[in-house]
Design a protein around this ligand. Structure first.
Ligand code: SF4
Ligand code: FES
Length: 252
């Protein structure tokens, strides 16, 4: 009996186009030095992989002390926002081939929040601002005996702002927030918008008053950094403008 052999034309070529890429990462360890410093890591990697894959490779193969947050690895949990080549992005949604791997790729923590270690910042002020705008449905009156119905048109009014994953890419790209961490920031306003414009909600006035504060919506200077940074494509600046308009007209 003859043994089956592979004809040359049947053989699959190893087509993995690995490249050599350098990741210039801003490192910080308060137990070692008071200042952050840049450190280069050069690796072989498929350019179709993501920056998160590169960070894993560096951590697992070169330096286990490299510290960053990530969870889902698929653009859903919002935990791996970082500045990549000077722009806020999710590491798990950024392909290496799309960020010019011929030059060193810079990776650093998002700005405006206290740096704890390497790419990890203290998110507590960000989440406090989120909690402050009451990001939950407040429906007064009797308990319903069936779903609270809503027309497709009414649902559409806040559809965009339901997509937020609380990654902080918007808030930490805002110059007003950099200068004064007291500003609520775009993400909190987006999440207030999500409920203010929900026809089933009864706490719109309360949320508007919270955002009428000196650290509220009026601090926005309409720079559009937030809209550019949002990995979910939310029209963040537009949502902030709608909240401002609702404050003036009290119609929402
Ligand atoms: S609005 Fe966009 S950028 Fe801002 S926290 Fe939500 S998902 Fe992230
Ligand atoms: S790891 Fe969850 S959004 Fe990137």
């Amino acid at each position: 009996m003859s043994t089956p052999t592979l004809d040359k034309s049947d053989q699959v070529e190893d087509a993995t186009p690995y490249i050599t890429a350098t990741f210039r990462i801003r490192r910080f360890n308060p137990e070692v030095a008071a200042e952050a410093t840049w450190e280069d890591f050069t690796i072989e990697i498929d350019p179709k992989e993501r920056v998160l894959d590169a960070l894993h490779k560096i951590k697992w193969e070169l330096d286990g002390t490299l510290t960053f947050r990530r969870s889902c690895a698929h653009g859903i949990c919002g935990s791996d926002a970082m500045r990549i080549n000077g722009r806020n992005r999710l590491a798990c949604k950024t392909l290496i081939k799309d960020i010019n791997p011929e030059k060193p790729i810079t990776v650093e923590a998002i700005k405006g929040l206290t740096l704890l270690k390497d790419l990890v910042v203290d998110m507590e002020p960000f989440f406090q601002a989120y909690r402050d705008v009451m990001p939950f449905l407040v429906a007064n009156g009797n308990e319903p005996t069936r779903e609270r119905l809503q027309s497709a048109e009414d649902r559409e009014r806040f559809d965009d702002t339901t997509k937020c994953i609380l990654c902080a890419a918007c808030t930490s790209s805002c110059p007003v927030f950099w200068n004064d961490g007291q500003y609520f920031g775009p993400a909190a306003i987006v999440n207030a918008h999500r409920f203010i414009f929900d026809s089933r909600d009864d706490a719109g006035e309360q949320r508007l008053e919270i955002l009428n504060d000196r650290d509220g919506v009026w601090r926005c200077r309409t720079t559009f950094n937030c809209t550019d940074a949002c990995p979910r494509g939310i029209e963040v600046t537009k949502a902030i403008q709608e909240v401002k308009r609702a404050l003036i007209t009290r119609r929402y």
